[in-house]
Design a binder for this molecule. Structure first.
Ligand code: NAX
Length: 326
């Protein structure tokens, strides 16, 4: 092991946090040559759970894990952070209006963005998992003016992996044979899982499946997979969300085998997505930075679906602007 990285995890006492910690500490986040210092951030009510997880990390005796600290102070947690996994957020409660939800999360992601701005390492990479993830990332970035905005991303890798997994199942091929799938837009039911450029073992997927299956079964199933998991399992996605978070950061730092994946990142205006909106795009990791895959043909159906999801993101941005959170 040659380098050491500080990884800050918020919501470390929650379910996804518990599933993430052991994979981070085992080396799956940053690879076998990077030693890890973990900073766990929780609200007071979650500190006991995070402290318990820290005891279990000690009991796992991971060779790469140098230190674990637990705190409810964002300034302490983000000090020197190279990677920040923002998982803790305020979920929507019964009867909660969308404006209340956005305001509650603004009160979390605004100060966390400011704390990152004040103390994170110069190579900081941020991924927001806590919902509404895209707009929470927008708020954090807006409160971190000294950090390049492209270091703020939101997780749509779970949606991407769901799209790959369901397609592989339909075609009865290993998931590794699938390439060229894209999730566009918001991490919400408006997202657009796009198979126009997808291949299975090098063959165009649209030659292998019916368009009616894609439009009527596949797209809605991917977009509503979170609800399906809740219905079947009785609880939201946890280990798959943690696995996607590991994939996202691992690929960002280490690159990923010449394939593209899906990442929500601040738009540079590509594909007609308004500048600055944190929207999901097809992206490749090149030299440690995400690069949007450009030059793809966008047909009429895709254009309409992308525009609808991006319109939802634009509305969320207007709402947080009206609340004074940007
Ligand atoms: P849990 O409720 O189990 O855990 C959340 C934890 O965050 C709690 O321990 C809570 O105390 C903590 N927390 C709340 N506010 C905090 C703050 N200001 N600072 C630090 N910690 C704070 O939820 P879990 O199942 O772990 O899910 C976490 C988040 O991921 C939720 O917002 C959920 O909606 C979101 N998801 C996002 C997904 C994605 O693909 N982007 C998929 C999975 C998941 O639904």
């Amino acid at each position: 092991a040659t380098t050491t990285a500080t990884v800050t995890l918020t919501g470390a006492g929650g379910q996804i946090g518990y599933a993430l910690l052991f994979r981070i500490a085992s080396g799956q986040l940053l690879g076998p040559d990077t030693r890890i210092r973990l900073n766990l951030l929780e609200i007071p009510a979650g500190l006991g759970s995070a402290e318990g997880a820290a005891l279990e990390l000690s009991d796992a005796a991971f060779p790469l894990l140098d230190a674990v600290s637990v705190t409810d102070d964002a300034g302490t947690a983000f000090d020197g952070a190279n990677v920040a996994l923002l998982v803790g957020s305020r979920p929507r409660g019964p009867g909660m209006e969308r404006a209340d939800l956005l305001a509650a999360n603004g009160a979390i992601f605004g100060p966390q963005g400011a704390a990152l701005n004040a103390g994170a390492a110069s190579d900081i990479r941020v991924v927001v998992v806590g919902n509404p993830a895209n707009t929470n990332a927008l708020i954090a970035a807006a409160n971190a003016p000294d950090i390049p905005r492209e270091r703020f991303t939101a997780l749509t890798r779970l949606d991407h992996n769901r799209a790959v997994g369901l397609l592989a199942g339909k075609l009865a091929v290993p998931a590794g044979e699938i390439d060229g799938v894209t999730i566009w837009g918001n991490h919400s039911a408006t997202q657009y899982p796009d198979l126009s450029h997808a291949t299975a073992s090098g063959k165009p997927v649209l030659d292998l499946v019916d368009e009616s299956w894609v439009h009527e079964e596949y797209i809605p199933r991917v977009a509503n997979r979170g609800a399906e998991i809740i219905e079947v399992r009785g609880s939201s996605s946890v280990a798959s969300a943690a696995s996607a978070t590991i994939d996202h950061v691992h690929d960002w730092v280490n690159g990923h085998r010449g394939r593209w994946t899906s990442v929500a990142l601040p738009s540079d205006g590509s594909y007609g997505v308004p500048d600055g909106l944190v929207s999901s795009f097809p992206a490749e990791s090149v030299d440690g930075a995400w690069r949007i895959v450009d030059g793809l043909d966008v047909d009429e159906f895709s254009r309409d679906r992308i525009d609808r999801s991006v319109a939802e993101l634009a509305t969320e941005r207007e709402q947080v602007q009206a609340l004074g959170l940007l």
